[in-house]
Every structure is written in C-alpha cells, then in structure tokens.
Design a protein around this ligand. Structure first.
Ligand SMILES: NC(=O)c1ccc[n+]([C@@H]2O[C@H](COP(=O)([O-])OP(=O)(O)OC[C@H]3O[C@@H](n4cnc5c(N)ncnc54)[C@H](OP(=O)(O)O)[C@@H]3O)[C@@H](O)[C@H]2O)c1
Ligand SMILES: [Zn+2]
Ligand SMILES: [Zn+2]
Length: 352
C-alpha cells in the first residue's frame, strides 16, 4: 500500500477538499497510472451530494472521477499490454468477474460483480474505491484503455464517460447517414452526442434550454438548434425523429420529446435525474415508439470509441481547471454553465 494525494468530500453537504488516500501496490495484473487529467462528470456531482441514494447510496469520504487519462508508472509482472511511459485511460469500471454472460459479451457495465471506479466495494483494500480526482490509480490491466496519441489529453479524458455513454446508444440504434437525430441537453454528454451523430453522418438537432448555446451547437456539428422552452419550435418537429438521446441531468418533461419521434422511433435516456420520469402511455402507444436506457459501455466498445475518436480527431471541448476550482465548477455545472466539460489538470494537485 502507498498513499497518494486526492480530493474528497466528507459528506453530502461538504465541499471537496485535499486529503490523502491509500492505493494498493500493483499486483501481477495491475497497471499503476499517474493521472494527468480527469474530467468532471455530472455523475460525480450526483454522487458527492448523494442524489442517487435510493439506487447507489454514497459512502463517505468519496473521491469521485471516472474520466481518467494518464501515464503508466509501473506494471505488474503479468501485464502484457502496457509498459511504463505509455499513455493510458480508465473510465467508469475498474473490475468485473470476467466470467458471467455479460462479461463474455464484452458488456462489463452490466456484470453483477462489477467494481465501479469510485464508491464501489474495494476488493483489495476494503472500504470503497476512490476515483480520479487524485495523483495516481492502480487498475487491473483488463480495464485500462489505450488513448490514441494524436489526441489532446485534456480533451480526451471526457471520452471515458461522456464519450462512451453517447457513442454506445448511437451505435446500438443505428445512427447513420439519412437519419434524423436529436440530442437533448448541451452539456458534457450532449456535446459529445452531437459530435458523434455528426461524424456518423446523421442530420442532428440539438434541444437546449439555453438559447446562448445556439452558435456553439452549430459549431459542434448540429444542423439545427431548437430552444426546448418554445412550444412552437418544438411542434414543428412533431413525429419526425428516428432517434433522440436524452442527456439531461435534471428533472424535465420527457413526453415532449417522445412526441417528436416518428413511428418506431427510439428515445434513449442516458441522463439520470434524481426523481423518476412521468411517462405518458399515449405518447408511446401512438406511433409504437420505443423508450430505452443506456449505461456507459463495455470495455471493447470503449476502446472502439477511443479509436474512432483518434480516426476522426474527436475530443471534448474542455475548460481546463486546477483541482482547487472543483467546487466552483460543480456550482457552474448546476447552472448548465460549462463549455462543455471541465477537465482537471492534475498537476495542480502536486502543489497541495
Ligand atoms: N447513462 C450513463 O451511463 C451516464 C453516464 C454519465 C452521465 N450520466 C448522467 O447524464 C446526465 C448528464 O450528465 P452531464 O455530465 O452531461 O451533465 P451536464 O454537463 O451538467 O449537462 C446536463 C445538461 O442538461 C441540461 N439541463 C440542465 N438542467 C436542466 C433542466 N432543469 N431542464 C432541462 N435541461 C436541463 C443542460 O443543457 P442545456 O443548457 O442545453 O439545456 C445541461 O448542460 C447526468 O444526470 C449524469 O449523471 C449518465
Ligand atoms: Zn460519468
Ligand atoms: Zn461479469
């Protein structure tokens, strides 16, 4: 065991603050990574404030962060894919049983014995796992990903959650040329959704509550932008979408979007607001529409997404911040005020 610097919250109402946490010495199959950048996902904020207490209650102290990019500093004797000095990335998962049907299908995110990057029971040290708001992390090689060397690292970090969470449902539901695709909420996830839908050749509409984001949405790859609080603008799109991705972090009326789907169209929820959605049966019955959900992505698909980003030069649009600004960043996230992901420069932790 060794100690490493981190930022943690001591309770649902405490700010994040500097601390020291234990990490295991790398075992045979482990990769030790010096963390260079870690994205701030809205899930970090939901977890720190225990907003998902009914589904996954938070154990304190919590060290969030699951959009991790760094450099390998040490590898165990049985590690074959990485060596010291390599770039490496870690997303939302750090372990799973590797034997269940989900794992065998490469869908580790649904493994009943998975270990999440933070706030999951830690099989090695006891207690819970600690995430990427820290100096270093030790992860089983099977859950360490390769980052294309052509990508900017601060902008690559958010691919590990915001990227895969939007890429996976778009691939699953056949987003491609000729399809009309909507993305609801232009935040960290949403802006990646726009980039992927555009790269996959779809006609992309962004739904936003923030009229000030219009120009950015077009620059990011949208073909049109709809201010969702304008009922007239919404009505113009009734019954026309093949696929809509709902990436909103707060409670909102999802029926307004279901009604925009054409016959057999699909809306996939990736946003995870605190309270349940109220879904109108009629919105679904009319037009035989599909309501579905999606959770991050498995390890093989996460690597596929990173390689796709390498080939298409896709990264997140980031505001790079020092870790000391993390509490301010959380307040701004709540106001939908980020362009379009915060990426923490972990060098700032060294001076603590
Ligand atoms: N399913 C998964 O695997 C998965 C993975 C990661 C994250 N998530 C969840 O996905 C959600 C989005 O995460 P994120 O990191 O992208 O968050 P984010 O950067 O904060 O973006 C959320 C966006 O939602 C919109 N929004 C916020 N409040 C709203 C309101 N009251 N009504 C309507 N729209 C509102 C805003 O977009 P506009 O300004 O454009 O309206 C905002 O930018 C979170 O709930 C997060 O926990 C799920
Ligand atoms: Zn996330
Ligand atoms: Zn499994």
């Amino acid at each position: 065991m060794y100690n490493t610097k981190a930022y943690a919250a001591a309770s649902a109402t405490s700010p994040l603050a500097g601390t020291t946490i234990p990490r295991r010495e790398p075992t045979k199959r482990d990769v030790q990574i010096e963390i260079l950048f870690c994205g701030i996902c809205h899930s970090d904020l939901h977890s720190v404030r225990n907003e998902w207490s009914s589904v996954m209650p938070t154990t304190y102290p919590i060290v969030p962060g699951h959009e991790i990019v760094g450099r390998v500093t040490k590898v165990g004797s049985a590690v074959t894919k990485f060596k010291p000095g390599d770039l490496a990335a870690v997303g939302c998962l750090v372990d799973s049983d590797g034997t269940c049907p989900e794992c065998r299908a490469g869908l580790e995110q649904f493994c009943p014995n998975q270990t999440l990057t933070f706030n999951s029971p830690d099989k090695h040290l006891g207690g819970v796992t600690y995430g990427g708001y820290s100096d270093s992390i030790v992860v089983d090689e099977r859950f360490v990903l390769r980052v294309p060397t052509s990508l900017d690292l601060a902008g690559a970090a958010p691919l590990l959650c915001a990227g895969i969470t939007t890429y996976s449902p778009m691939r699953r539901w056949g987003v491609t040329t000729g399809r009309k695709v909507g993305v609801v909420g232009l935040g960290g996830l949403g802006h990646m959704g726009v980039k992927f839908a555009h790269a996959l050749g779809a006609h992309v509409a962004v739904f936003t509550t923030s009229p000030r984001k219009k120009e950015d949405a077009l620059r990011l790859g949208a073909d049109e932008v709809v201010v969702s609080r304008d009922a007239n603008e919404m009505q113009k799109h009734a019954g026309s979408f093949d696929f809509i991705l709902d990436a909103v972090s707060a409670n909102h009326d999802i029926n307004a979007y279901i009604n925009l789907l054409r016959r057999d169209g699909t809306i996939t929820i990736v946003g995870a607001p605190e309270k349940p959605h109220a879904v109108s049966a009629f919105s679904l019955l009319m037009g035989r529409r599909n309501l579905s959900g999606s959770l991050i992505g498995g390890i093989p698909e996460t690597q596929e997404m990173l390689d796709f980003c390498g080939a298409h030069s896709i990264t997140a649009d980031v505001e790079v911040i020092p870790i000391q600004k993390v509490n301010e960043a959380y307040e701004r996230l709540l106001k939908a005020d980020v362009k379009y992901r915060f990426s923490i420069d972990m060098a700032s932790l060294k001076s603590e």
